[in-house]
Design a protein around this ligand. Structure first.
Ligand code: CMC
Length: 435
């Protein structure tokens, strides 16, 4: 049985809008953290007008119970729990359960969910051949998106989700198998033999094992590295209606299955303005480190709009991204424990110092975002550059699933934005001989 639930903000007032030829009254709605909005769902029906909001800077595409962000204050909460508390006290499977199911798991629920994640880690052997079909240097995000759809072909029973138990089954499959796909594509890229998941290891440890164990040496991460991995995944687990999550909801709204929606979300995340920024940041820092560009000349080029400062700026945060603070601290902790120094961390710190005191960035409220320090943490863990956005995808899996599931539980209508047409007016086709 699916318990139908559609989040709805409550009505708190009326907006009166004067149009060219008429006036209209629309409900003002308020969310649980006092966010206000004008509910325009009846606007076109009653007036013939639509709203125009290029890039959706001002559009609420749904009401949601999952994640709250206050971009002005730099607050992020999963299901009401501050990100700082989640990062400190929960494991990644606990966080995934919280985000998808809405409450912290009980002991039994967590035991059951962890068992599901362990049991589902293997890929069907038939899928190994799919990896052979890619060139060794195939972008891991292309492999990930393709393989998520391929996995679904081996699990036709998960394509039509009938009830909550079924949904959890599909969710656990995705959260578990995404690690295996990522690690297998890493092994393929490095020409190393595939390492199968080890059921005695926890979620993060098992991933690191599949990545770094070799036939002649078993990889045992030190606790600080495992902690960093857990932190990275938790901090990426959800972020309300970002580009990839909105994509997952959009695809799901047509009735497409969870695997198809998540594969599409992976593609959306790949872009450098979204998850792909974590790779661009390291490439940028590396360039400065190699002496190919100075910090000053980079800042000048950014201010002249010749390039973006990757890892800076955010559609929602107009203040410090709380995830950045936690990542920055974790970079220090891991490097100290490993007794390593990363010159890129020093460059990042200098760049941040200059940027956050510069008029260009202050005026536009541009602060370092989650991607600014995350690459440095991944480098310290030993993850290669071309896998950074894949790591983001592993972390974001619970958020994509939770948003797909919220839409599914609410019986979402198909997403279908409108447009204001600005092209040619109706005309006749000139025969080919006369053109
Ligand atoms: N470097 C230089 N200028 C910037 C940057 C940046 N990173 N970000 C925004 N601006 C400028 C932008 O040019 C505009 O200037 P002006 O007012 O003179 O036209 C102003 O700041 C406002 O920015 P915007 O274009 O309205 O911002 P947006 O909300 O459309 O885009 C963003 C948000 C994250 C795509 C953008 O800040 C950006 O491109 N950042 C770099 C890429 C990046 O780090 N992406 C990761 C985002 S966080 C995690 C995730 O979602 O994956």
């Amino acid at each position: 049985m699916v318990e139908r639930h559609k989040p709805e903000a409550k009505r708190v007032g009326t907006a009166r809008i004067e149009l060219i030829d008429k006036r209209v009254e629309l409900p003002i709605v308020e969310g649980s953290e006092h966010e206000l909005g004008i509910d325009i769902r009846k606007l076109r029906k009653e007036t013939g007008y639509i709203t125009l909001d290029d890039a959706y800077t001002n559009t609420g595409s749904c009401s949601s119970d999952i994640t709250f962000i206050d971009g002005e204050q730099g607050i992020l909460q999963y299901r009401g729990y501050p990100i700082e508390a989640v990062a400190e006290q929960l494991t990644f499977p606990e966080t995934a359960w919280l985000i998808i199911q809405g409450e912290l798991p009980t002991r039994d629920e967590l035991r059951g969910f962890s068992k599901m994640l362990t049991n589902k880690a293997l890929l069907h052997e038939g899928l190994r051949h799919h990896f052979e079909g890619f060139p060794p240097d195939a972008p891991p995000m292309a492999v990930l998106s393709a393989l998520i759809n391929s996995v679904s072909c081996y699990h036709p029973e998960l394509l039509e989700i009938g009830d909550e138990h079924h949904m959890l089954d599909a969710a656990a499959s995705l959260i578990s198998k995404v690690r295996t796909i990522a690690a297998f594509s890493y092994k393929k890229f490095h020409g190393e033999p595939i390492v199968y998941p080890d059921p005695s290891r926890n979620y993060c440890n098992n991933f690191l094992h599949m990545m770094f164990t070799l036939p002649f040496s078993s990889y045992e991460p030190i606790p600080e590295v495992e902690r960093a991995m857990r932190l990275f995944l938790i901090l990426h687990a959800d972020h309300e209606q970002n580009c990839s999550t909105a994509t997952a909801r959009m695809v799901g709204s047509s009735g497409a299955n969870l695997f198809a929606a998540v594969a599409a979300a992976v593609s959306a995340l790949w872009g450098p303005l979204h998850g792909g920024a974590n790779m661009r940041v390291i490439q940028l820092l590396q360039k400065i480190h190699n002496g190919e560009e100075s910090i000053d000349s980079l800042v000048t080029r950014v201010k002249n709009k010749e390039t973006l400062l990757w890892g800076f700026g955010h559609r929602v945060y107009k203040n410090f991204d709380p995830r950045t603070k936690l990542l920055k601290k974790s970079c220090d902790d891991v490097l100290r424990t490993l007794n390593k120094q990363d010159p890129l961390l020093d460059i990042a710190r200098q760049l941040e110092e200059i940027a956050v005191n510069d008029e260009y960035f202050l005026e536009r409220k541009l602060y370092p975002n989650v991607d600014f320090y995350s690459g440095i943490l991944l480098r310290a863990i030993g993850i290669p550059l071309n896998m950074y956005t894949v790591m983001f995808a592993i972390g974001r899996m619970p958020g994509w699933i939770a948003n797909w599931a919220e839409s599914w539980r609410g019986g979402s209508r198909i997403y279908r934005p409108r447009q204001i047409y600005t092209g040619q007016k109706q005309r006749s086709i000139l025969p080919l001989a006369q053109r």
